[in-house]
Design a protein around this ligand. Structure first.
Ligand code: NAP
Length: 247
């Protein structure tokens, strides 16, 4: 029986580390072709080389998701190379937490640009192809912070709530085109994400939260679950946490 993953072409933003990298490895081991996007091209090329040397199919494309034309070009090149796009995983993100009163306005802008606009640009790039194909799957990465707010996390939570709102609007709109939509909302997963926190006191609080973090493959398995359902089954949201995580 088909796993509904083999042969699919999957574009993954934020594939140079953490959840995106783990997902690229996992999906390619199940027979998917993966198109890897992020800014650190050296890391993407190493990963693509590893996948290709094991008989998989991977393409690395340097992409800044805050640049709409770069994201469009990413998906155009994926389709040129592989003939189609089956899954778009809008995963790139950052989490420089801080209390609002510290006015870290550059961080607010970066989170809005990457976590919200980057997801929108991914949708804009993939949707025309998926509409034409009358099939496709858009997976957007939110967070437990897309459901709950903690002190110091107002802007990050706002961006992750926005991802869920956009995804639910998208879900309803793409019914005529046979496109599936999934939100994945992880709790603490061991990645480089906490490194984006520059405030030492907040970094210390999050270091404790991340003591119970689960490995990045936990996210990849959630992607596999959503992708591997029969085509008429649309998994709209997966929320998972480490068993020990209270928040
Ligand atoms: N880890 C967790 O506990 C957790 C929990 C909930 C949600 N999430 C979400 O999961 C997603 C992935 O994060 P992660 O945990 O895997 O963290 P990570 O290891 O820091 O990975 C973040 C990825 O995003 C990419 N990225 C950042 N800015 C970018 C930009 N402007 N253009 C293109 N790519 C960009 C980074 O690549 P480059 O720097 O090479 O561009 C990197 O590949 C994020 O949306 C995050 O909010 C994570």
């Amino acid at each position: 029986m088909s796993n509904n993953i083999e042969g699919k072409i999957v574009v993954i933003t934020g594939a140079s580390s953490g959840l995106g990298e783990a997902t690229a490895r996992h999906l390619s081991s199940l027979g998917a072709g993966v198109v890897l996007a992020a800014r650190r091209i050296d890391r993407l090329e190493t990963l693509a080389g590893e996948v290709n040397s094991k008989g998989g199919r991977a393409l690395a494309i340097a992409t800044d998701v805050t640049n709409c034309s770069q994201v469009k070009s990413l998906v155009d090149r994926a389709v040129q190379a592989f003939g189609r796009i089956d899954v778009m995983i809008n995963n790139a993100g950052l989490m420089p937490l801080s209390p609002l009163e510290r006015l870290k306005i550059d961080d607010w802008d970066r989170m809005i640009d990457v976590n919200i606009k980057g997801v929108l640009y991914g949708i804009a790039a993939a949707l025309p192809y998926m509409k034409q194909q009358k099939s496709g799957h858009i997976i957007n990465v939110s967070s437990v912070a897309g459901h709950k707010i903690r002190q110091g996390g107002a802007v990050y939570s706002a961006t992750k709530h926005a991802v869920r709102a956009l995804s639910e609007g998208l879900r309803m709109e793409v019914k005529p085109y046979n496109i599936r939509t999934t939100i994945i909302s992880p709790g603490a997963v061991a990645t480089e994400l906490p490194d984006s926190i520059s405030e030492p006191d907040i970094a210390e609080i999050m270091r404790k939260v991340y003591e119970s973090a689960v490995p990045a493959d936990s996210f990849a398995r959630a992607v596999v679950f959503a992708m591997s359902q029969p085509d008429n089954m649309d998994v709209n949201e997966i929320l998972f946490r480490p068993t020990l995580q209270e928040f």
